[in-house]
Write a protein that binds this ligand. Structure first.
Ligand SMILES: Nc1ncnc2c1ncn2[C@@H]1O[C@H](COP(=O)(O)OP(=O)(O)OP(=O)(O)O)[C@@H](O)[C@H]1O
Length: 457
C-alpha cells in the first residue's frame, strides 16, 4: 500500500505554528514511508476562503521545505459531495431535520433536567409526511443529519456502538457513538460542514493516513462510520496534541498570532521553526535539525505527549543561532548573495561572522562594517585613542591570515604593557565601531593592512 497523507487547511487566514505542526507531521510521515503528500484546501466556505490565503499557505509551506505532490481544492469537488449525500439519503442514513436552533436548545435543556445525555433525540425520524409537508409549506429548509450506527439491541452493551482505531500517535482509541448526536452534514442553506467532504476526498484521493490535531478525535468516530456507510475501508488515523501560545491561548488563523509568515518576516531560520514545531510537546529533545532528512530521523510520532504544548518563539532564536553557526558556506551562499555579500571574500567572511549571528540578515550589517569605515571616535577616551594609533606601528607585513591578530596583539601588548580588555577593547572599537562581535582573528584578514591602518589612524 502506498502511504498517502494530506494536509487540509481552510484558506481563511495565514497558517500558524500549530497548522505547521500538522503539515510537518504529515510531510515527515510521508518522507519516512516513501509516501505522497497532498495539499487539500478545505474551501467549502466560499465566503471566508480567499485565493490570496491559499497562495500564502503554499508559500509558507515551501519556506518550511514542504513541496506537495498534489494540490486539490474542495470547491472544485461539490459534485462528488452531492453524489455521496444522495447515496446516504437513498440508504436512509442522511435524514432531513427541521428544528430551529431555539427548539434544539429547548430540548437539550429538557434532556439535561431529566438527567439524560444532551444528545439529539432523533425526533425528525418520527415526523409524519403531513408534518414534513407543513414545515416545507412554512418555507422551512431542512438540515441533514447522518444516522450514527449507535443503536444497540442490548442497552447494556457498547459492542455495537463503539468505534475503535489504533492511532498512529496516541495508540488504541475508542469513541462511543452512543454519547454523540447524529452529526449535521448539510446545513439548511445547503452548504456542507467539514465532515462529509473530508471523508469523500479521503476516499477519492486514496488517503492511507489521516494525521491531524487532536481537536478532531471525536470527529474521527463519526467519520469512520461515514467511511463504512459509503462502502469504504477507513484510513489509519493519527492525532497529535495542539500548540498554544506561551500563556496557554489557542491559535487561530483568523487572529494571525504565531503565523508562519510573521516568523519568516522576523528573520527566523525555517529549519528552526520546523524543528521546534515538530519536536516540542514530545519526549524528544528539542534540537535544530539542519534539514528535513535530519528532522525525519528525529520524528517519532508515538513520542508525542497527550496534552497541549506551549510554543515559545524565544526558543527559535537559540535554534536559529545554532543553525547559522553550523551552516556550511555552500548552503548560505545564495542567501548571502541576496544580501549583497559576494565575491572572493564571501566564504572567508561567512566563516568569520557565522558564529555571531542571531539572524542571517545580521551578516549584511557585518559586511557593511567590514566595507565602510565606522566612526567610533566618540567611544574612545583620549588615552585609548593614542594607544590605538601607536598600535598601528606594530601591524605585521602582509600576507595576513588567522594568526595575524594574535601576532599583532602580542607585539602591542609587549610594547604598551596593556593586557586583557584594556588591550583588546579599544582595538575592537576602532576597527569595527562596536564593543562586541565576531572574532577579530577572522575579520582582520578581510580588512587588510591598508584599511586596518586607516581605521587605527
Ligand atoms: N493549535 C494547533 N496546534 C496544532 N494543530 C492545529 C492547531 N490548530 C489547528 N491545527 C490543525 O491544523 C489543521 C488545519 O486546521 P484548520 O484549517 O481548521 O486550522 P485552524 O487554525 O484550527 O482553523 P481556523 O481557520 O478556524 O482558525 C488541522 O489538522 C488541525 O487539527
Amino acid at each position: 500500500m502506498t502511504v498517502t497523507v494530506r494536509f487540509a487547511p481552510s484558506p481563511t487566514g495565514h497558517i500558524h505554528i500549530g497548522n505547521a505542526r500538522t503539515a510537518l507531521f504529515n510531510w515527515l510521515f510521508a518522507r519516512k514511508n516513501n509516501g505522497r503528500f497532498v495539499l487539500r484546501f478545505d474551501d467549502t466556505d466560499v465566503e471566508r476562503s480567499r485565493k490570496e490565503y491559499a497562495e500564502g499557505i503554499v508559500r509558507d509551506l515551501a519556506w518550511l521545505g514542504i513541496e506537495p505532490d498534489e494540490t486539490v481544492a474542495q470547491s472544485a469537488r461539490f459534485e462528488r459531495y452531492d453524489a455521496a449525500a444522495e447515496r446516504l439519503k437513498a440508504a436512509g442514513l442522511l435524514y432531513p431535520c427541521y428544528e430551529t436552533p431555539e427548539e434544539l436548545e429547548r430540548r437539550r435543556k429538557i434532556r439535561l433536567s431529566r438527567r439524560l445525555p444532551p444528545v439529539y433525540g432523533r425526533e425528525a425520524l418520527k415526523l409524519t409526511k403531513a408534518e414534513t409537508e407543513a414545515f416545507e409549506a412554512e418555507g422551512r429548509k431542512p438540515h441533514w443529519r447522518f444516522l450514527l450506527p449507535n443503536f444497540s439491541e442490548n442497552p447494556f452493551s457498547t459492542e455495537r456502538t463503539e468505534v475503535h482505531w489504533n492511532d498512529v500517535v496516541r495508540g488504541p482509541q475508542t469513541v462511543d457513538l452512543a454519547s454523540m448526536s447524529d452529526p449535521v452534514l448539510i446545513r439548511a442553506d445547503g452548504t456542507y460542514l467539514y465532515t462529509l467532504p473530508s471523508v469523500v476526498d479521503d476516499i477519492d484521493l486514496g488517503i492511507s493516513h489521516v494525521i491531524r490535531g487532536d481537536d478532531h478525535v471525536t470527529n474521527t468516530g463519526a467519520q469512520i462510520a461515514i467511511f463504512r456507510a459509503l462502502g469504504a475501508e477507513p484510513p489509519a488515523f493519527g492525532h497529535h496534541n495542539l500548540l498554544t501560545t506561551v500563556s496557554g491561548e489557542g491559535l487561530s488563523k483568523r487572529t494571525g498570532a504565531l503565523s508562519i509568515a510573521s516568523l519568516r518576516e522576523a528573520g527566523v531560520e525555517a529549519m528552526a521553526v520546523a524543528s521546534l514545531a515538530v519536536l516540542i510537546g514530545t519526549s524528544e529533545n528539542v534540537v535544530a535539525a539542519a534539514d528535513m532528512n535530519e528532522l525525519a530521523a528525529l520524528f517519532v510520532p508515538e513520542a508525542t505527549s497527550k496534552s497541549a504544548a506551549k510554543f515559545d518563539p524565544a526558543e527559535l532564536d537559540v535554534l536559529s543561532r545554532h543553525l547559522l553557526q553550523a551552516m556550511p558556506f555552500e548552503q548560505a551562499e545564495q542567501r548571502l548573495s541576496a544580501l549583497g555579500i559576494q565575491g572572493e571574500n564571501a566564504r572567508a567572511f561567512w566563516v568569520a561572522v557565522q558564529g555571531n549571528l542571531d539572524r542571517m540578515s545580521d551578516a549584511g550589517i557585518w559586511w557593511n562594517i567590514v566595507h565602510d569605515q565606522p566612526d567610533p571616535a566618540g567611544e574612545l577616551s583620549t588615552d585609548d585613542r593614542e594607544f590605538v594609533q601607536q598600535a598601528a606601528a606594530h601591524l605585521p607585513a602582509e600576507p595576513w591570515d588567522q594568526d595575524t591578530w594574535r601576532d599583532w596583539t602580542n607585539a602591542v601588548k609587549a610594547a604598551s604593557g596593556r593586557k586583557g580588555k584594556a588591550l583588546f577593547m579599544p582595538l575592537r572599537i576602532a576597527l569595527t565601531g562596536r564593543a562586541s562581535g565576531p572574532e577579530l582573528s577572522g575579520l582582520l584578514p578581510l580588512l587588510g593592512r591598508a584599511e586596518t591602518q586607516a581605521r587605527l589612524a
